[in-house]
Design a protein around this ligand. Structure first.
Ligand SMILES: CC(C)(COP(=O)(O)OP(=O)(O)OC[C@H]1O[C@@H](n2cnc3c(N)ncnc32)[C@H](O)[C@@H]1OP(=O)(O)O)[C@@H](O)C(=O)NCCC(=O)NCCS
Length: 408
């Protein structure tokens, strides 16, 4: 049903898919972006009438669970041309790509979703709410404390990519390893970078990449990288310095901070600018999804502290229904005995003395990442168990909201 992308045979067809769905404007420069993603990792295609009409790309990457970087399958593009919709191609091809990545060592998978529900059918569950903050840079309360920043351009993509990969591993953060994961958005946004280099090594340290809009904005910060308070405040000071004409900046709030802390009269600003093209405020939604692919390996890398909780886990994995009967990996559904605590583990089996939690792999992934407590997931997702076990899980899993911090 599917096969690996073949550059000689499929190059034009895959460009056509991306153009047809509106991901590319016609033009050689943009063709390089789809080619870049296709060539960077795994690319599977499915044919209709002998031509590739569905394309799924994945790239190697990592997902941080606290400070552990777990090897992951980053699903970077799921696309079906207009002649091939609703044939089940995209779901099956996504499942097939994840299987191949798992066979090469991925223990988790991550993706940005076009909407909720579709990838739940492949076992994914939604991540934490991200806050997109729009603000008038002139109204930042930070002091002017920056040195004149360096200007970064597309020519710096390799150093910028290295800087992104080197940023601190915050819980939930993703890294997408191929260079196209930085070069692609730099090209597409036709943006600019501002930031600093280490005076000894010359490496780019703290910086941001920005998609501008006209003279007055809103400007969108596509990513921001910093390692400590001074670097963060220096970048915010640079943003403030652009506030004489640019009326608004938007940024996905970095993990672990509330940007509202740095806003002067945020409610007043929101009320005054409301309804304009520069409306200040905070919007939130969960736009990324994740799934555990190897439960035992994920648990081995997890440390939660506190008193151990042991339980049976009856895990369902819908990916199984999308795979051919002879698939070497069939998802991670089944019965496990799970221990959560300082040292976590999951082993196949059932212990009749323990309480049992029923969960889909998407819901259990959300629990494990700390997206929501067990008691919340029991209300809105596919997770159920005795009240006492749910309470114990609420007490044991106390993680910061996982935030991706790398759009792909
Ligand atoms: C998303 C996309 C790849 C789906 O392609 P497709 O080959 O038609 O998908 P499939 O045939 O495998 O699956 C379609 C099924 O998913 C269902 N579905 C679609 N969106 C859904 C949602 N949000 N929630 C639940 N189910 C959904 C459809 O109703 C259909 O169900 P059915 O099989 O029961 O009829 C295609 O619409 C596309 O290329 N869109 C443009 C690019 C894009 O946005 N890609 C996703 C990037 S994250």
């Amino acid at each position: 049903m599917h096969r690996t992308f073949d550059a000689t045979r499929d190059r034009e067809a895959t460009r056509r898919i991306w153009r047809e769905i509106g991901w590319l404007d016609p033009g050689v420069e943009n063709d390089e972006v789809v080619d870049g993603w296709v060539d960077a990792g795994r690319a599977l295609v499915a044919d209709i009438n002998g031509e590739a009409e569905c394309l799924v790309c994945t790239a190697p990457g990592t997902l941080a669970h606290q400070s552990e970087l777990l090897p992951g399958s980053m699903v970077t593009g799921v696309t079906t041309s207009l002649v091939a919709r609703k044939q089940g191609l995209a779901l099956k091809l996504t499942a097939a790509a994840v299987v191949q990545d798992v066979q090469e060592g991925a223990i988790v998978a991550a993706l940005g979703m076009f909407d909720q529900g579709f990838y739940n059918r492949v076992g994914f569950g939604s991540g934490g709410y991200e806050h997109t903050v729009t603000f008038d840079p002139a109204q930042l309360s930070v002091k002017t404390c920056h040195r004149p920043p360096l200007r970064f351009t597309l020519a710096d993509y390799e150093a910028i990519h290295a800087a992104r990969l080197a940023r601190p591993a915050i819980h939930g953060s993703c890294r997408v390893l191929p260079l196209i994961a930085t070069q692609g958005p730099m090209k597409e946004t036709k943006g600019f970078g501002l930031g600093y280099r280490d005076s000894d090594t010359g490496e780019i340290t703290h910086h941001f990449w920005c998609k501008p809009k006209g003279e007055r904005g809103p400007y969108r910060v596509v990513w921001i990288v910093y390692h400590n308070r001074d670097q963060f405040l220096e970048l915010m000071s640079v943003i403030k310095s652009i506030g004489d004409q640019v009326r608004a900046f938007s940024i996905v709030e970095p993990a672990g901070i509330q940007l509202q802390d740095l806003m002067l009269q945020p409610f007043k600003q929101g009320q005054i600018s409301g309804g304009s093209s520069y409306a200040a405020g905070i919007k939130s939604c969960a736009s990324f999804q994740y799934r555990i692919c190897d439960l035992a390996a994920c648990m081995e890398k997890t440390s939660l502290g506190g008193q151990d909780v042991r339980f049976n886990l009856n895990l369902s994995d819908p990916i199984e229904g999308l795979l051919p009967p002879d698939s070497a990996w069939r998802g991670c559904g089944g019965n496990y005995i799970v221990t959560l605590g300082e040292r976590c583990s999951a082993a196949r089996g059932v212990d009749s003395r323990l309480a049992t939690l029923q969960a889909s792999v998407g819901a259990f992934t959300r629990l494990w990442l700390g997206v929501l407590p067990a008691s919340g997931l029991a209300l809105t997702d596919e997770l159920d168990g005795p009240a006492e076990l749910i309470q114990q899980l609420d007490r044991t899993i106390r993680l910061p909201v996982p935030l991706n911090d790398w759009y792909f």
